[in-house]
Design a protein around this ligand. Structure first.
Ligand code: ADP
Ligand code: MG
Length: 262
């Protein structure tokens, strides 16, 4: 096991009578890609929201680089090095691809932006740096030709890449991806797998990956955690986990077994 970047310790989250996450623990090591899988309603998105600080757990503790961040709101966690992507894309449809990335930077730098109203030179400098980084990232994702196009002119597959590029504007050390392969065609799934692997290899990023497409999980993940009704029912190497009878049982009737083997 490498040095942990993220530790979720016995996390519980209830919504009224529903225990969405029940004393679940997981660890992401530095430079690791950890998969989080489970049937619909098993608590994956809730766990993502708890990790990134959009929700607060009822019980349990989160450590980031060994520091307790349980009480930190999401913007603080973002500043500490966390980024996330959303299952349903949250891009600004009226803006160009490049402006979506630059705006993400402004939203993250809110406090400095306020300060910079008093200091136009600093504001211009910050914007120039953000534009430079946006262009570099768009080139890295092979999207440079779309930089000035409205984001809606791109295919869903390309928009997903823009979403990843946007997350990387903040130079995160932990990127939490919620179903990045949703709605992608098989060739685009292949591209996505390669890109996520390169994000880890070239930027040394750690990744927590919620994913339904089993090929993505098997190809990318060093370690997989399985939730069922909010509880962790299995974890380990992907090949072993998808064959685990407890895991197969949890998925029976969901069509997952067929997909896992296909
Ligand atoms: N904001 C919420 N309010 C009430 N119940 C919720 C909320 N979010 C999720 N749940 C419930 O918590 C459980 C886990 O949901 P979720 O985390 O979305 O699962 P998954 O992402 O694995 O499909 C489900 O029973 C769901 O209905
Ligand atoms: Mg979900």
């Amino acid at each position: 096991m490498t040095v942990p970047i993220l530790e979720a310790k016995a996390i519980t989250k209830r919504f009224g009578g529903v225990t969405a996450v029940n004393a679940a623990s997981l660890t992401v090591g530095k430079g690791q890609i950890v998969g989080l899988i489970g049937p619909n309603g098993s608590g994956k998105s809730t766990m993502v929201n708890l990790v990134t600080g959009e929700m607060t757990p009822d019980e349990g503790q989160f450590l980031f680089n060994g520091h307790d961040i349980t009480a930190q709101p999401s913007y603080r966690r973002a500043r500490l090095g966390m980024a996330r992507s959303f299952q349903l894309l949250r891009l600004f449809s009226s803006l160009s691809v490049e402006d979506n990335l630059v705006l993400a930077n402004h939203m993250r730098m809110q406090s400095s932006l306020t300060a910079s109203i008093l200091d136009r030179a600093a504001a211009r400098e910050e914007e120039a740096a953000a534009r430079k980084r946006a262009r570099e990232l768009l080139a890295w994702f092979d999207l440079q030709e779309f930089a000035s196009r409205p984001v809606t002119a791109l295919s869903i597959g390309q928009q997903r890449m823009v979403e990843l590029a946007r997350g990387m504007m903040s130079e995160p050390t932990l990127f939490v991806l919620d179903e990045p392969a949703a709605g992608l065609s098989p060739p685009n799934v292949d591209r996505l797998i390669q890109l996520i692997r390169r994000m880890r290899d070239e930027f040394g990023m750690s990744i927590l990956l919620v994913e339904h497409v089993m090929r993505v999980v098997r190809d990318l993940c060093d370690h997989v955690v399985v939730l069922d009704s909010g509880e962790k029912i299995a974890e380990g190497e992907p090949e072993a986990v998808v064959k685990d009878p407890v895991v197969v049982e949890a998925y029976i009737g969901t069509g997952w077994k067929r997909r896992a083997q296909g």
